[in-house]
Design a binder for this molecule. Structure first.
Ligand SMILES: NC(=O)C1=CN([C@@H]2O[C@H](COP(=O)(O)OP(=O)(O)OC[C@H]3O[C@@H](n4cnc5c(N)ncnc54)[C@H](OP(=O)(O)O)[C@@H]3O)[C@@H](O)[C@H]2O)[C@@H](O)CC1
Ligand SMILES: Nc1ncnc2c1ncn2[C@@H]1O[C@H](COP(=O)(O)OP(=O)(O)O)[C@@H](O)[C@H]1O
Ligand SMILES: [K+]
Length: 513
């Protein structure tokens, strides 16, 4: 599990710990820079074979983030690395500067750093350490910081970011617009980010999460009680396994959960086969299918265990491959939405959900929406706040949250990184935003989302909270996609086929509760 806390929460937790330390903040900076120096040392060994003689360039802004970089540089210089600090500010962290100079490091003031000498240093660097901005940074680099980030983007050095990739929006993961060239960049792209004390939301939230590289969380002594609930979290395999529902000796098919699926139609028959197949392969107690004769026949031929026709269910999966103009499927969707059971609403059923909410026709059960970016833009339009797909992709958390707050549903926004956003602000007792990136880009293929809907339906029918169902289902869908791909193309049916094997491997390592 990776947990990310908001900048103000981290600052308060740091102050609480620092207050009890003889040297206060300086002790935390010493811990942070020691952890940072260890990671940079590993990268140097990887790139240059050893620390001694390796070329390290520090990009240094005006805050403590720059101080961390300078102190880490001093530790590396003491181990024989050739360390050059490029200052983006006239007022860099004074104790850090003094330490670096004492250890034999070189310091280029702003003018030289932004000119030919700075470019030459970046060009010759094995590792660049990004200490321009940390949790006190506003998004978007300007001035010398932007010039230095441009030089790094044009060079080939390994980049280690201190705490966050500078220039990204620490709280939301937005990436400021602006050209990236050898002369300027609005933010830094890192290969590794050393998160100090805890991760920050920008490391887990797209699009900025793509600029963080590998995330290493370095303990600096912050207390979990001071940090409280995270704003964002990413479940690991052990977290998924521990939460995945398992049958016991007294289970029967009904207690495990019956999933009702309204998917496909005369045109998109495959969605019906994929969604029902995913639900059976992910371990539903039973799967019911509602749809016209042709997809029903195909579902029965492929999965004889699926039960066609109406009946009681513990959760509905509504909409994969459903044409919103299909009257017959539309009737099934509306009837299901009116029931007091959890509903997982995808694709063609999303417009019907908005209508049902407006008409007071949604029953008394929780709802989980599964839009991709284009569908979320359309949904927001229907909810009275129109926007484009590009807007959603630039600020996915903001838009998913808007839809969650407007509908009262949990919103699972699909993509390379999938966000699961519950309604209401994060805070004491609130469920954090989940961010899962377990899959492979090969999952971007037709029918892949139908499989996800079926997997999530199993968890909803088993009685999981829908935010958990969304995150766990996304993780397992991603793992099954990776298993089906083996590094190359996959088709959605192969993801269904991979589910039992992936779940078996996942669950066998964790003892039953
Ligand atoms: N606190 C602790 O206990 C510990 C903190 N630690 C470390 O401290 C980091 C946070 O340090 P920090 O608070 O000094 O903020 P940081 O981001 O380095 O600099 C802010 C400065 O930059 C400026 N500035 C802002 N935006 C800008 C922009 N777009 N372009 C240009 N300038 C901009 C802003 O100036 P302003 O314009 O607001 O006057 C301000 O001077 C944290 O990430 C971690 O690395 C750890 O060592 C552990 C202990
Ligand atoms: N670049 C990517 N990397 C990993 N997973 C992706 C990527 N793009 C899409 N996915 C996943 O693939 C699935 C695609 O779903 P969706 O867009 O609904 O496709 P369809 O409607 O054709 O089934 C989602 O689970 C999404 O998270
Ligand atoms: K940084």
């Amino acid at each position: 599990m990776i947990r990310a806390h908001a900048a103000d929460v981290v600052r308060t937790a740091e102050e609480a710990v620092a207050a009890g330390l003889p040297d206060g903040l300086a002790t935390l900076v010493a811990r942070a820079s020691a952890a940072l120096a260890r990671v940079v040392g590993q990268e140097l060994r990887d790139v240059a074979g050893r620390v001694y003689g390796g070329a390290v360039v520090l990009l240094v802004g005006g805050g403590t983030n720059g101080g961390d970089a300078l102190h880490a540089g001093a530790l590396l210089a003491a181990r024989g690395a050739a360390v050059t600090a490029l200052l983006a500010t006239p007022s860099a962290h004074a104790p850090g500067l003094a330490a670096l100079r004492r250890a034999g490091g070189r310091v280029l003031a702003e003018d030289a750093a932004a000119g030919a000498a700075g470019r030459a240093a970046v060009g010759a660097a094995d590792v660049v350490v990004d200490g321009l901005l940390g949790t006190g940074g506003r998004p978007g680099l300007r001035g010398t910081a932007a010039v230095l980030a441009g030089a790094v983007a044009a060079g080939g050095a390994r980049v280690v970011a201190v705490d966050v990739p500078s220039g990204t929006d620490v709280g939301t993961g937005a990436v400021p617009a602006g050209p990236v060239d050898a002369g300027s960049a609005p933010c830094v792209r890192a290969d590794v980010t050393v998160a100090l004390g805890t991760a920050k939301p920008t490391l887990l939230l797209p699009p900025a999460s793509a600029l963080a590289g590998r995330v290493v969380v370095a303990g600096i002594g912050l207390r979990p009680d001071d940090l409280g609930a995270p704003a964002v979290e990413r479940l690991g395999a052990a977290d998924v396994a521990a939460r995945w529902p398992r049958p016991t000796g007294t289970s029967d098919k009904y207690s495990r959960g019956v999933v009702g699926v309204v998917a496909g139609g005369a045109t998109y028959t495959g969605a019906a086969v994929l969604a029902t197949g995913a639900a059976t392969r992910a371990g539903a107690g039973m799967v019911r299918y509602l749809g016209p004769a042709r997809p029903t026949d195909l579902v029965r031929a492929r999965w004889p265990e699926v039960v066609p026709g109406p009946g009681r269910v513990q959760a509905w999966v509504l909409g994969p491959g459903v044409d919103p103009d299909d009257e017959e499927q539309g009737d099934h969707v509306r009837a299901a939405l009116a029931e007091d059971v959890p509903c997982v609403v995808d694709a063609g059923a999303l417009p019907a959900l908005v209508t049902a909410l407006a008409d007071g026709a949604r029953g008394d059960g929780p709802t989980l929406l599964l839009p991709h970016a284009g569908e979320l833009a359309r949904l927001l339009g229907q909810l009275g706040t129109p926007c484009g797909r590009d807007d959603v992709e630039a600020r996915p958390l903001e838009h998913a949250r808007r839809a969650a707050d407007a509908t009262g549903a949990v919103v699972l926004l699909k993509g390379g990184t999938t966000l699961v956003v519950p309604p209401g602000r994060a805070g004491a007792g609130a469920v954090p935003v989940r961010s899962q990136a377990d899959g492979t880009p090969w999952l971007a293929t037709a029918g892949s989302g139908d499989v996800l809907a079926g997997v999530v339906g199993v968890l909803a029918a088993a009685g999981l909270d829908l935010a958990d169902a969304g995150a766990l289902g996304t993780a397992v869908h991603g793992l099954a996609g990776s298993a089906a791909s083996a590094g190359g193309p996959l088709h959605a049916e192969a993801v269904v086929a991979a589910l039992p094997e992936v779940l078996t491997a996942l669950l066998e390592d964790v003892p039953t509760g």
